[in-house]
Ligand binder design. Structure first.
Ligand SMILES: [Zn+2]
Ligand SMILES: [Zn+2]
Length: 275
């Protein structure tokens, strides 16, 4: 099964609209897809229609900006109900605080001599509630402050650098609860991307599972092959289902295209096995 359960559309910080994304997925052999925009469900109905029209199986998804011990953690909600009131209200609260953070990020960059960053980021995002670090990164790359979008994060927007704003997202417990209450499965997105020691990662997974989390993204576009093996071992150890997602944002911005990742390793129970 060529499943790709993590990608972004223009409803968050992706570059493509739902119809283009679905067409690309079909052309690349994807059979099962989920759209997981950041804290936003607004493109799911479009994406379902476009995916199903092309013969792809589709599950509703979201990537929730959560926080554990002060560290930003992304929790995927897969097979969620986009009409669930507590999920809808929780995501709305996150989007409201995202807009306030964007203003503070623009002010921080202005103090470092970079003017117009908020307006620049907004020109990519379209809506203040959707402005993310990626939108600021596109502006900074466009203005020549970095070679490309990915290298922006060496000099800007991370802790200790211009444009970084500490922020409280949803608690891990809330994020998992919203997903579960809406009938979905909570999955740790790109576990290799967090600044956690091996010991802290284990504590995190223990807590995530205790809260009702069910899976981990074993195969991610953000991981190296070594990391795939490591997270497969952790999935087995913690009894977590495995997921596979490119985290595709758009041509030229993502290391892996839709559906192009290696398959889940042997012995990993896929998160989609119960759907
Ligand atoms: Zn993420
Ligand atoms: Zn993502």
């Amino acid at each position: 099964m060529n499943a790709d359960l993590h990608c972004h559309s223009r409803a968050s910080d992706g570059l493509l609209a739902a119809d283009i994304l679905a067409e690309r997925a079909r052309n690349r052999g994807v059979e099962l897809i989920s759209l997981t925009d950041h804290d936003d469900l607004s493109a799911l109905a479009d994406m379902r229609r476009e995916a199903e029209a092309r013969g792809l199986r589709f599950v509703d998804g979201v990537e929730i900006s959560a926080c554990w011990r002060g560290i930003g953690i992304h929790v995927l909600g897969l097979n969620v109900d986009p009409g669930d009131p507590s999920l809808v209200a929780g995501l709305q609260a996150i989007r409201d605080s995202r807009a306030a953070r964007a203003v503070a990020m623009g002010e921080s960059l202005a103090r470092s001599g970079i003017d117009g960053a908020l307006a620049g980021a907004l020109s990519y995002a379209g809506n203040p509630a959707l402005v993310s670090r990626t939108h600021f990164a596109r502006f900074l790359a466009e203005r020549g402050h970095a070679r490309d979008v990915r290298s922006v994060f060496q000099r800007f927007l991370i802790e200790g650098k211009p444009g970084f704003v500490a922020h409280q997202w949803a608690s891990l417990a809330d994020a998992v609860r919203w997903v579960r209450d809406s009938g979905g499965q909570a999955v740790v997105a790109h576990p290799g991307r967090y600044p956690l020691s091996e010991a802290a990662l284990r504590e995190f997974l223990e807590e995530f599972r205790a809260l009702g989390g069910s899976g981990i993204e074993v195969i991610s576009g953000a991981h190296t092959p070594d990391q795939h093996d490591n997270f497969a071992a952790l999935a087995r150890e913690f009894g977590l289902l495995g997921s596979r997602g490119s985290d595709f944002h758009g041509p030229g911005e993502s290391r892996f295209d839709l559906g192009s990742l290696p398959p889940l390793p042997q012995g990993i129970n896929p998160v989609w096995s119960a759907w």
